[in-house]
Design a binder for this molecule. Sequence first.
Ligand SMILES: Nc1ncnc2c1ncn2[C@@H]1O[C@H](COP(=O)(O)OP(=O)(O)OP(=O)(O)O)[C@@H](O)[C@H]1O
Length: 930
Amino acid sequence: MALFHMKRFMGGEESNFGENGSSESILKKLHEKAKARERQSHDRQSSPDKSKDKSHGKTVPKKSVDGSSLTESAKNVKKRQSQAPKNRGIDRKEELLTSSSAKKRKTGDVAESRSGKNKIKNRTPKKLSVLEESKLQSQKSGKRNPQKTEKVSRDDLHLGKQLAAATGDFSEIAQKNVKDTKSDPDESPVRVIKEESDINRSGLRAFRENAETAKKQKKMKTPSSASKLKSATIDADSNRTVDNRTCKLKDFKEDTVVLTKETPSKQSKACPELARNTLKNAEGTSPETRKQKKRKLSKVSDCEVKSEKHLKVSARTCEKNKEEDVSVNDTSDEFDGSDQSEDYKDCARALPAQEPCSMEDDSPSNEGSGIDVKQEEMDSEVVDKVQQSREVEMEEGPSITDDADEEREDEDEGTVKESKEEGEVDKAFALLGSDKHKKKQRVARVLPDWLAHPTLVEHDLNKHSIAVEEMEQLDPRLIRSLLDDGIKSLFPVQRHVIPVILDSVKLGIQAGDAGYRPRDLCVSAPTGSGKTLAFALPIVQALLDRVVPRIRALVVLPTRDLAQQVSKVFTTLCKGTDLRTSLIGGLKKFGQEQRMLVQTSGESQCDIVVATPGRLVDHINKTQGFTLQSLRFLVIDEADRMMDQISKDWISQVEKCVFMESRQAPGPITVETCRKICLPLQKLLFSATLSQNPEKLIQLNLFRPRLITSVVSSTRSRQEAQLHDGKGQERGEFVGKYTTPVGLTEHYIQCTSGEKPLVILHLIQTLNLSQILCFANTVESTHRLYHLIKLVGGIEVAEFSSNQTAGQRRQILKQFKTGKIQLLICSDAMARGMDVENAKYVISYDMPPYIKTYIHRVGRTARAGKTGVAFSLLQQYEVPKLLKLLKHAGKTGIQRYTVNRQDMDHLEESYEKALQRLPGVLRMEKAHSV
Ligand SMILES: Nc1ncnc2c1ncn2[C@@H]1O[C@H](COP(=O)(O)OP(=O)(O)OP(=O)(O)O)[C@@H](O)[C@H]1O
């Protein structure tokens, strides 16, 4: 079969055989023809000038790919065609499949041809099989018009030119195949190559399927036109070249370059593979070489794109061929030559720049032909493509790591990938393990108006504050209480928030905002800016005139320490009033808390409840008479943290408890619902790091929320960002960045992990710092560090973590306030919301894992308009990480603080001794606790 295929490849002479001719008559005819052509050939060779003219001044090698399969007549036919200009394309194809070098082709054409004949003569079985096959084919195909066959050859000439350009450097493989075939006369080249191409079975699946289809169709129909033969001839050639390429790919695959798409069975596909292989091998070379490699890769990808297109065209053609019954015999006619031409051209454009060994460049056969002009055009296009790929590369920038990091940052900020600039290349082939990164464009996050344009407040506590007496809405009792507590002025956030809350109750707590449901409120202000008073004061003010005690305000906080702290503020404010505050945070026994909440008669004991969510839910479910039906204010402090606990469903439990029996949950606003005056529930959210994530906020079922914040874009001045709402209040752009107190100075100290305790000792003993809060990331490291510093001696140190009881912690805080404790080593349980009086310094012993953790840690100092200093002890690799975190949060003020190693030398001895004793102490403690 393959032999017949080869014969067709040589010029389609078999079409001259009569359908009904016997084998003897065919042989006779063949011999006659062969002799005639030999004579003609001899004549031509004896007059080389003439011959040269016909072949455009080039002699073409006549060595066959599979000499064993050629009959004498076929060889003569081939010879004649190779000399004829119209068959140049076919000859060119022949060149591709033979391994003759350009030199050989020039000099030894005739000799080789003859030696080829001698070899063929020795292969009688093949000769017979060809004859038999010729007979068979002639029977099937019927008589064919020789003119049509000639036409095929001309078409093939065109294809051959392009094919030659496309196949480039596969002569070596072709040569190998020829050698293999010669050593085993029973192996046809196609079969040999097929076997070699096992590695790329998927690529040839279609090839084989079509061969089978062709077989079936052949049985049913007999093709009649030479045009069909043409495509068969072309395809045979195509397949062979494909297989050559596959052989190359086999070697190439060992280099572990993996393509995510199946390799197409086309010459054009082969070239990029080769080029990529070459480039892959260049790995580990100089950066310059790698750059070149990258450029080449993009060029190769271009070629791959063409191949991709080509595949699609071929697939379509395949389908078409199946329908039209193209096949003459089982040569696995997969591709239509006419469809290929454009694709070959495309591939040829990319080739010369990739591989200098392109046969098109070396081959003399194209000189003086139209191909040269075409090739020049192709080359110029290749240069353009290379130039384009370089430009794209320059636009993308050289830094991969930076871009990647930037991308991750962008993702956090809700940016989307911008694939506009992505070329076809990447869409066509994604290389596994590719290090190519695309720069993403930042896109503005679309936020609801209330989040995007909040009411701004000044974050410098010493500016824009007003005297307590100036807050006219406040009851004199409350003013007195504040003044007694040393609070003479109200901070900016208090100045803005208190009136907003009080406005919603100016017609009484029942009436809401002039009879309408009041808007919910979100407040985001820096740590220590007085947020607690900002909600506590108006709530107490609003409830002052209540008649009977009911739970009308509920404040929920994430930890019992915080709940205790806020409860204290309420208790202080309620002094001298009828209002009562209850704390339910697990500090007391459950029964005790129940008795505080509900009287024995079932009536409520208190007006304001401060609770942790867990304990609150317990009381909702277990305390008889506990009801929230009169609840007017629901305060969620440290709201961003509380939103993380929403999954525990505490808020829906609270809402269920509020809207039960006669009190209905608010529905859509209608004329009827507007007429009814019912007790509204207003939600008030507070945090220094309030989430701007609408998805999280929506879980809180906020009603027409409003945001008051001092957090604005760092890139724009507040004046620029300021807008004004209808009431003359400043409105600005909230970009979700965090601010720290104005009085805070931030430093980082670069040191090794082992030097960190020494640095702390240095800061305390050498620089005489005191009232330091030192944060470690875990309870264990807090405990370990506490013992280590204690073992060094000479420092009043204490520990504050969840390992201690609430009473112990309260006691420690008291001692710290009075200055008895120099260094308080804390876990992050202390970081959020805790108002530790007189904390002057904060040390982050371990780098904070999140920006919010950093903001809350450093926020334990510089509170209420005071000054404070924060040190972050960082290992070298942590420095850029933290700087990036801060930059992301819009903070750039952190400075490096250098501690000289020599300054710590005198501390080393005691430190090392303490280190040696530490394991023993920890062991003893463990044994003691057990
Ligand atoms: N108007 C004021 N004048 C003076 N001190 C004030 C004023 N308001 C609050 N303070 C004090 O400021 C300190 C910090 O207040 P508060 O705890 O409310 O801050 P915060 O904004 O809630 O901080 P965090 O975000 O860390 O929880 C408290 O000690 C409080 O007594």
